[in-house]
Design a protein around this ligand. Structure first.
Ligand code: CO
Length: 137
């Protein structure tokens, strides 16, 4: 079941430029940097009290984020909903005709199991499902 927002992700060209704005100008509590090799991104995480803000910087031209940056120049990239079991949620929504990007979960930031739903099935928003895992820094 989906009950809460896990994180909001914003694509940025440079964490060096974006982090000082969110940390120092807005004053959001910075948590940590992390590189997610699977998605070819560097992530900066902020604590928003029960959920996170993630800034995503592509580390390679073939990162999925790079394609987004090229077409839109960065900005709001996806919303993530927390679940207790990503696979069973994927199965449940697939049965209702939802198009999936990931048929099975993969490992995302914070060691979470994650999977993306296709924007064609979600009114144009890239949605991620997450399942908390062990965080490895
Ligand atoms: Co995410």
């Amino acid at each position: 079941m989906i009950r809460q927002l896990d994180h909001v992700a914003i694509a940025v060209p440079s964490l060096d430029e974006a982090v000082p704005f969110y940390r120092d100008v807005l004053g959001l509590p910075f948590m940590y940097f992390e590189e997610v090799a699977d998605q070819k991104v560097k992530v900066a995480c902020f604590d928003l009290g029960g959920m996170r803000l993630e800034l995503l910087q592509p580390t390679s031209d073939d990162s999925p984020i790079s394609k987004f940056m090229a077409s839109r120049g960065g900005g709001l990239h996806h919303l993530a909903f927390r679940t207790e079991d990503v696979q069973s949620e994927l199965d449940r929504v697939r049965q209702q005709g939802v198009r999936l990007i990931d048929e099975t979960p993969r490992t995302g930031a914070g060691g979470m199991k994650i999977a993306f739903l296709h924007p064609k099935s979600t009114q144009g928003v890239l949605l991620e499902l997450t399942q908390p895992g062990q965080h490895v820094e």
